[in-house]
Design a protein around this ligand. Structure first.
Ligand SMILES: [Zn+2]
Length: 300
């Protein structure tokens, strides 16, 4: 392992403990922000389901024969077209909140990660400088960054479109032949909406982790002083869910301006600024995080 962090005032150990605690606090604060996002999503999806239920229920009331809605009836007078437009509208109405939750609410993760990281280093090393801040424009840039070639906004738009295709397809398939009852229609729709909700929760969580990683790396890069240099150390969640290639990364320390490098597994040799943003299959579900370290320039 590398040299203990350098600082003329607090002891190395003390400084290390302070930094570890401060970065842990950033991770916990972000977990709370993600929980709040996910709670909000539960309400958004409940509203979406209610709106879909009223759309489908009206179609059943108006066009069912002996309790079943059939394709033959739906095809008449452009009923299917109207029904599909209402399904699309229900998704659109509610996805604006879902998108806001998953994208705009990540600003909080970015801000508290940046401020928390910078504050932690300044106070642990007693640097006595005014903490730099992130501009709104810079936050927007971080939010719009594409991961694996797709930005979060694009990813959410794809999810919205795909859910529409699934729900409309479900109604078409269900009403073919004998047709389906209202409860059969709703069961299928509920299944697709529930799956989409689970997927979106996952996207909110993974994106928050990527923003946390990216912003920590950026905050550390931005901080520099004449006498000292900043390092970053890869830290795993420390439980048995951590993949072996990340267990091997635990404790890897590089300069804040440099990249980590995977030392084992399929992606051995791949470099990354921080955990979760390597654009390889190391990112999915990763919960690792970064702790800053401070040392005298030139030491390793
Ligand atoms: Zn990991």
């Amino acid at each position: 392992m590398s040299e203990p962090p350098y600082n003329p005032y607090p002891s190395y150990n003390e400084q290390n403990v302070r930094l570890h605690k401060a970065f842990e606090a950033v991770v916990s604060a972000n977990e709370r922000a993600v929980n709040a996002m996910q709670k909000g999503l539960a309400g958004d999806y409940a509203r979406l389901l209610r709106q879909l239920k009223s759309v489908v229920s009206a179609a059943h009331e108006n066009y069912s024969i002996s309790g079943k809605l059939s394709w033959a009836e739906l095809q008449r007078y452009e009923r299917i077209k109207k029904l599909e437009e209402q399904v699309d509208k229900a998704i659109k109405d509610n996805y604006s909140n879902i998108r806001k939750r998953v994208i705009s609410d990540q600003k909080k993760v970015i801000e508290q990660t940046y401020d928390g990281s910078v504050q932690a280093v300044i106070s642990a090393a007693e640097l006595g400088i005014k903490p730099p801040g992130l501009t709104g424009a810079r936050i927007q840039e971080i939010l719009n960054k594409p991961w694996s070639g797709v930005s979060l906004a694009e990813r959410m738009y794809l999810r919205q479109t795909y859910l529409g295709i699934q729900l409309k397809g479900s109604i078409r398939r269900g009403t073919l032949g004998e047709g389906e009852t209202f409860s059969e229609s709703m069961k299928n729709i509920k299944d697709y909406v529930t799956k989409d909700y689970a997927g979106t929760k996952r996207v909110a969580e993974d994106s928050a982790h990527q923003y946390q990683s990216d912003t920590t790396a950026e905050a550390l890069k931005g901080l520099s002083e004449k006498e000292i240099e900043l390092t970053k150390t890869w830290v795993t969640a420390g439980d048995d869910r951590v993949r072996p290639s990340h267990v091997d990364m635990d404790g890897q320390t590089v300069l804040a301006s440099e990249q980590f490098e995977f030392v084992s597994g399929d992606n051995k040799g791949v470099k990354t600024e921080a955990p979760g943003i390597s654009a390889s299959d190391e990112d999915w579900g990763c919960r690792c995080w970064v702790v800053a370290g401070i040392r005298k320039k030139g030491e390793e």
